[in-house]
Design a protein around this ligand. Structure first.
Ligand code: PLP
Length: 388
């Protein structure tokens, strides 16, 4: 957490802003809760969705906690291996895997490919034949379940590009029986992100139950179900709710999913694990008087944290160096784009040049999505445990 006592604002003079600051104690506490809650069910396996944040120092902490990892590119597989994740805990998803990425997965004997189309299955099979290997496959299904979230981050609807349509599943399984170097081990789903309404996951469970009945009738046996990720966090009140509600999340699947004997249940959680531990720290460059409003112009921009510009996402914004009475500001960055706005009509303690602003809940889809647009320098990262 970044609160006035805990963030070392006094040492900021030495550091170039903007920067990412990670509360590694909170990350460890979050991982403890994930482990305690998921281990109540002995067939649960949690993979960290590395696309949320692939910072090597954080990955090592995640790896030490015993989680597996969910990758969506060859680069992510490389990042996971570099951080020491064992390859038999790597699952590899993605609608467009290139040949080198598939080969990387095969060479490292990753646990499972989450595959999404017949042409992809054919390519994985061919590349596996060339290596004399068998690739374990979970078929990513598009369950046509709506998630109550932003339309850019819902993924499980017919209109989305992801997964195999329910009506095509039988045919895909028939084709798979002819692809001898593939082994069908499970079904994979991922309905979206920042989901807080457990009834969305209940709907997913109901759909999976139907599918399992259908596959039983066909005589298809599966070792695992992978329900993806998507558990949301509290962006409004990061201090009150620093650790997401993992208990009811895991319980929802326990109560609603009818697992077959011996099946394991896999999860791919990104945001819920890594989001609350990160803040983007930025310095106020200017306070500019507009027409009927004030702009706090900060040195971080959409290049450092793109979520507000890309998804109209809310991040709590705090002036952590001012105690003065609150005033209302639009908090904006320096990038030459009108969408480079972190928040409109934000109450901040009266702000002046040189003050330090924290954009909270920035651990997920923050640093990893940073770009060098406008020839900007990528933000550096610092860790609370280095300041103890
Ligand atoms: C993005 C993604 C996740 C993680 O989503 P979160 O909302 O961060 O938990 C999991 N699985 C797949 C396939 C993904 O693409």
């Amino acid at each position: 957490m970044i609160t006035k006592g805990t963030f070392p604002t006094d040492i900021l003079e030495e550091f170039r802003t903007p920067l990412y600051y990670y509360n590694t104690e909170l990350l460890r506490d979050t991982l403890d809760v994930v482990n305690n809650e998921s281990k109540k069910y002995d067939h649960y396996h949690v993979h960290y969705a590395i696309k949320a944040n692939a910072n090597n120092n954080l990955l090592k902490i995640v790896r030490e906690s015993g989680l597996g990892v969910d990758c969506v590119s060859g680069g992510e597989i490389q990042a996971a291996l570099k951080a020491g994740f064992s390859s038999d805990k790597i699952v590899f998803a993605g609608v467009g895997k290139s040949d080198w990425e598939i080969n990387l997965g095969l060479d490292n004997n990753i646990f499972c490919f989450n595959a999404e189309s017949i042409p992809e299955l054919e390519v994985i099979n061919e590349l596996a034949i060339a290596k004399g290997k068998t690739a374990a496959i979970a078929l990513r299904i598009n369950p046509n379940v709506a998630a109550n979230t932003h339309h850019y981050i819902t993924t499980g609807l017919k209109e989305n590009k992801f997964g195999i349509d329910l009506s095509h599943l039988d045919h895909v399984i028939d084709v798979m029986t002819t692809l001898k170097n593939l082994k069908l081990i499970g079904l994979h789903f991922h309905i979206g992100s920042q989901i807080l309404d457990m009834s969305d996951f209940e709907a997913l469970c109901a759909r999976i139950n139907e599918l399992q009945d259908q596959l039983d009738a066909k005589g298809v046996k599966l070792e695992l179900i992978n329900v993806g990720g998507g558990l949301g966090i509290d962006y409004e009140q990061p201090d009150q709710n620093p650790i997401p509600n993992f208990a009811p999340y895991f319980e929802t699947f326990h109560k609603n999913l009818k697992m077959r004997a011996g099946q394991s249940l896999h999860f791919e959680l990104g945001r819920s694990i890594i989001c609350q531990c990160g803040s983007l720290i930025t310095k106020v460059l200017y306070v500019k008087e507009g027409v009927n409003k004030k702009f706090a112009i900060v040195d971080a921009g959409m290049t450092d944290l793109i979520r507000p510009a890309l998804y109209q996402a809310y991040h709590k914004i705090e002036n952590i160096t001012s105690e003065a009475e609150a005033e209302v500001y639009d908090v904006v960055g320096p990038i030459c784009e009108s969408s480079d706005i972190f928040g409109k009509d934000i109450e901040l303690n009266k702000t002046k040049r040189g003050d330090i602003i924290a954009l909270r809940s920035a651990g997920a889809y923050g640093e990893i999505m940073a770009s060098q647009y406008n020839c900007r320098t990528l933000p550096a990262a610092y860790y609370s445990e280095d300041f103890l």
